[in-house]
Design a protein around this ligand. Structure first.
Ligand code: C2E
Ligand code: CA
Ligand code: CA
Length: 554
């Protein structure tokens, strides 16, 4: 073998190696290859005669010095370790160094290689981050929750501490997403995470466990009252408006709470209890919280309810309740809204809040609406035969039904069967139903109007439709959301909003209905504002068809 050419070969190999290669003698670099110079952002010439410590981050100089000494003094042949280097341009890199002792020209020298691990390190920490954190909100994710919660539970068990699980989601989140788009939905999630984080204590852990579901694990508290205080603070924190593009709106949370050890011996039981409590909170109305109570049911009860709902729809257990709508000028009955009640053989009469979310989740909501429409037509037919039909009946049309492919053709079929009775049916649509695909919505509503149906916008004021939208809609009625009527006697803001809606409605030739008037004062104010119709507990709660006839049709 030709030695000369062989050493040439080594030289070429070393010079062009993809790892940094060095020789240190008497605490100076005496040889560096170009990769090593590149790692430190110096030229090879600049690096020669520099000391390794000069190139080390000052916090790691101790480690480097110790290792160099170890190799030189204790004759440890091979050594490897990591340290942070300081480049010429000030950047810090994570390096891994291998070194071995040699004698060169009679002097002890260290030869070795250096690998830049910064990118690998970044990638690993990024992976760790992605695995444990939610990239949208920066909160811990479900994976981390699963790990961490077990750990917190074990600790609580050992120390006989309490823990509380707060499970919550954003009321009507789907509506926001559907009507304003996913970008807006994302903004709402991020803002919610920020606003809630601000009121949490250091010892609380906060996770986004999926979609719009969040969880807080609360440690270090003594009484349930402290948990309630935190829940209230969370709700309060959200009492601010969230801005998305030109929209500004409010959100609320439904919060379910369960406490260890009372409501579950392990994490999975505790989570189930919080889930049931959240379901209860939703049932009680939005923006509520509920602490798990043993008799509020278990999640298996919810599953049972699913089975029963299928059967209930088939067996005709959906019942119409009617709530009168009163003409404010004459005090006469003008119409009634049909509101569904589930006459469940085991559980009694259930309110929509208990089973509509379930029906929606199960994809049965449009069927339920069709059953209601059919039954309302039968009712209209009956009153028509009795010559008592001088009022309208409103039905609620869900998102699912309105956007059902066959919606219009189904309504056309009803029209064939019941012809002019359509004039007595008001289809209530929420603003966001009309916003999803505005052009399509206008087309359908126009066609519905053409064959005789009356149309109303329900819960007006909670959505995002503008005067411009309203003008294009072929509607007859505007129903002002109950939320604006509630404080109308005390909140001058609400009063002004209601007045503005009434005036705007009249400008567009619409009948304006106020929902949820409960007392005389509210009715008086609504009259003064020229509102046309009132529907509310002041006149009557929704009642059975029989009660309605007895009270209003004689
Ligand atoms: P909604 O369409 O806004 O109906 C009005 C709700 O307000 C009814 O609740 C009614 O009982 C309640 N309400 C009326 N006046 C007052 C009042 O003065 N004070 C208070 N506190 N409440 C009042 P309900 O019957 O529980 O229905 C709740 C919601 O369920 C309805 O809100 C509607 O969105 C939905 N819903 C009811 N029936 C149906 C249905 O057949 N199909 C669909 N898709 N949704 C329905
Ligand atoms: Ca309604
Ligand atoms: Ca309403």
């Amino acid at each position: 073998m030709n030695i000369a050419s062989s050493s040439e070969k080594y030289k070429v190999l070393v010079e062009n190696a993809v790892v940094g290669i060095y020789i240190i003698c008497e605490n100076r670099f005496t040889y560096v290859n170009s990769r090593l110079a590149e790692i430190f952002a110096y030229s090879c010439d600049e690096m020669l005669e520099m000391s390794p410590l000069e190139l080390t981050h000052k916090e790691d100089r101790g480690i480097v010095e110790k290792n160099i000494k170890k190799r030189l003094k204790n004759d440890i042949e091979n050594i490897e370790y990591s340290f942070r280097a300081l480049r010429k341009d000030g950047e810090i890199r994570n390096l891994h160094v291998y070194g071995t002792i040699s004698i060169i020209d009679g002097k002890k020298a260290i030869m070795g290689t250096i690998i830049d691990e910064t990118d690998k390190k970044l990638a690993t920490s990024r992976l760790e981050y992605l695995a444990n954190y939610d990239s949208l909100t920066g909160l811990y994710n479900r994976y981390y929750f699963n790990m961490q919660s077990e750990h917190i539970m074990n600790q609580a068990r050992r120390n006989e501490n309490k823990i509380a699980i707060l499970l919550f989601d954003i009321d009507n989140f789907k509506r926001i997403n559907d009507s304003l788009g996913h970008k807006a939905g994302d903004v709402v999630l991020v803002r919610t995470a920020e606003l809630v984080s601000e009121v949490l204590r250091d010892s609380d852990s906060f996770y986004r466990i999926g979609g719009d579901e969040f969880t807080v694990i609360m440690e270090n508290f003594n009484s349930t009252n402290e948990v309630k205080i935190l829940v209230k603070r969370i709700q309060q924190a959200l009492r601010t408006s969230i801005e998305v593009d030109e929209f500004s709106f409010h959100i609320s949370l439904s919060i379910g709470v369960s406490i260890y050890p009372e409501h579950g011996e392990d994490m999975s039981a505790l989570q189930k209890s919080a889930d049931v409590a959240m379901y209860q909170a939703k049932k009680d109305g939005k923006n509520c919280f509920s602490i798990f109570a043993k008799d509020s049911g278990s999640s298996s009860k919810i599953l049972e309810l699913e089975d029963e709902l299928y059967e209930g729809l088939e067996r005709g257990e959906m019942e119409i309740y009617l709530q009168p709508q009163i003409d404010l000028k004459t005090d006469y009955l003008l119409g009634a809204e049909a509101l569904v009640r589930w006459n469940n053989p085991k559980r009694g009469v259930l309110a929509p809040a208990v089973f509509l979310p379930l029906a929606k989740e199960m994809g049965l909501l449009y069927k339920l609406d069709l059953i209601m429409i059919e039954n309302v037509f039968l009712l209209l037919e009956r009153y028509e035969k009795l010559d008592m039909l001088d009022f309208t009946i409103s039905v609620n049309i869900s998102h699912a039904l309105f956007h059902h492919q066959r919606f219009f053709s189904i309504m056309q079929k009803f029209h064939h069967r019941y012809t002019y009775l359509c004039n007595y049916m008001v289809l209530e649509l929420t603003e966001d139903i009309l916003m999803v695909d505005n052009a399509h919505a206008i087309k359908i509503t126009k066609s519905l109007k053409l064959i005789g149906y009356r149309l109303a916008i329900d819960d007006f004021g909670t959505g995002y439709s503008s005067f411009g939208h309203l003008k294009m809609m072929p509607i007859h009625e505007l129903k002002i959301d109950r939320g604006f009527i509630r404080d109308i006697a005390h909140e001058s803001k609400d009063k002004a909003i209601v007045k503005a809606i009434v005036d705007m409605g009249h400008t567009l030739d619409l009948t304006v209905v106020a929902e949820g008037a409960e007392d005389r004062e509210q009715v008086k104010l609504l009259k003064e504002m020229n509102c046309d119709v009132v529907q509310g507990y002041f006149y009557s709660k929704p009642v059975t068809v029989e009660d309605f006839q007895n009270r209003w049709l004689v």
